[in-house]
Design a protein around this ligand. Structure first.
Ligand SMILES: [Zn+2]
Length: 212
């Protein structure tokens, strides 16, 4: 092989390695920057109503007077730590995310189910924002373990409806995607750090949010 071909081969290998390292770094440390906001168009609804996607299953809704949130998952431990070690909320990342989204107070956090990528941070986010958490019995046990007092936790049933300011949250029990990991229920308060597998799915809920 000629010298120039060897050089070209080396450059190619280095480029592939650099790309793989960059990809691994991006996958293990996803961004926590807010993505986008949605404001109602055409004069309908409150002009101050904002819906913001904050990554994973986390959405925030704010009408200028009341703010509510789905899930509240910001720690996003890397896939390596999820697979290899017990996980816990990353308080620094939670604080940075809430600050970057301009969120200091929430009336409610409603949680879909109790896998770690929904509920890991819900209790701590509720503590930091004075929120009440709505969710299943398994979710209740997860946020109890995070130190949220029982009076700030509402265990929901299919068809339950809650009013926070002008937001109405209606809960519907719906299936998780097929063959969920960590089947079963969280039957005792979870005190992290715990293995990812301890965040058992419990039941799953979808929510209909209406305003005004
Ligand atoms: Zn899940």
């Amino acid at each position: 092989m000629s010298r120039s071909k060897k050089m070209l081969g080396c450059v190619f290998v280095i480029a592939v390695l650099a790309g793989a390292l960059w990809g691994a770094w991006k996958c293990s440390s996803p961004s926590v920057q807010p993505f986008s906001s949605l404001r109602p168009q055409g004069g309908q609804g409150s002009p101050d109503l904002t819906v913001r996607f904050l990554g994973a299953g986390t959405l925030s809704f704010d009408d200028g007077e009341t703010a509510i949130m789905e899930d509240g998952f910001f720690s996003r431990p890397s896939i390596f730590s999820v697979l290899l070690m017990p996980i816990q909320p990353n308080e620094q990342r939670i604080d940075a995310s809430l600050r970057s989204a301009g969120i200091s107070k929430l009336a409610a956090i409603f949680v879909a189910h109790s896998h770690y990528d929904h509920v890991l941070d819900s209790g701590l986010v509720a503590l930091k924002t004075d929120a009440t958490v709505l969710g299943t019995k398994s979710t209740a046990n997860a946020v109890l373990g995070a130190g949220l007092p029982p009076e700030r936790i509402k265990v929901i049933k299919n068809g339950d409806s809650f009013l926070f300011g002008q937001f109405q949250i209606k809960a519907f029990e719906t299936p998780h995607s097929p063959h969920p990991t960590s089947p079963g229920f969280i039957d005792h308060p979870l005190h992290p750090p715990v293995p990812e597998g301890d965040f058992k799915v419990g039941e799953n809920f979808s929510y209909l949010i209406t305003h005004g």
